[in-house]
Ligand binder design. Sequence first.
Ligand code: SAH
Length: 219
Amino acid sequence: MVAAELQGIGMTSRRTRMRLIQRLRESGIRDEQVLGVMGDLPRHIFLDEALAHRAYEDTSLPIGHGQTLSQPYIVAKMTETLMAHQPRKVLELGTGSGYQTAILAQLVAEVYSVERIKPLQDRARERLRQIGIRNVMLRHADGGMGWPEKGPFDGIIVTAAPREVPEELLEQLAEGGVLVAPVGDEAQMLVEITRHGDKFKTREIEPVRFVPLLHGVIR
Ligand code: SAH
């Protein structure tokens, strides 16, 4: 592609990105830091070329292997919920395209992200490298049990839905830490769970629809 054409896409994506941010505001997203990062980060680079033109619609989009890049509103909502607790060190389960990972990396000091599908992880790693993100550590594994060697975490964000939140994950939360996850089967609920000593307080946020958290790895 010639430079002028590339620049053209860059400009268009900036304008459409601003429209997306406007929509997120109208949907109730208030955290200016989150909106700022999402306004600056191109979403189209996290998609296959054939879908790139739909990157700024407020909708989830396929990323291959039956997985999806979440709807921007949900990404914003989950990030805003997490950031309200000002975490420094965050664990993400389900790297997928790396879009949510890239947003987190610009808001917190350290991000640890686990993905079970190797080809998705490889692509995400390459994209994060391309945009110069360095505070992310990726792991290819079944993340259902978290990443105990790297815990405890101030925040845990799960981008695939478990039927129930695994105990092991809650144990990796630091004191005062927060977990944000879609939970359930057919009917899923986005929840925020905060740790206070050995007590865990759950708050339901809103109904959502995520791909399921699955077991095992794909090479
Ligand atoms: N945050 C991603 C969302 C991807 S969809 C993005 O912004 O693109 C959810 C992802 O969770 C998929 O890539 C899926 O492979 C992954 N996943 C599902 N179960 C998992 C598990 N047990 N461990 C790690 N990753 C898992």
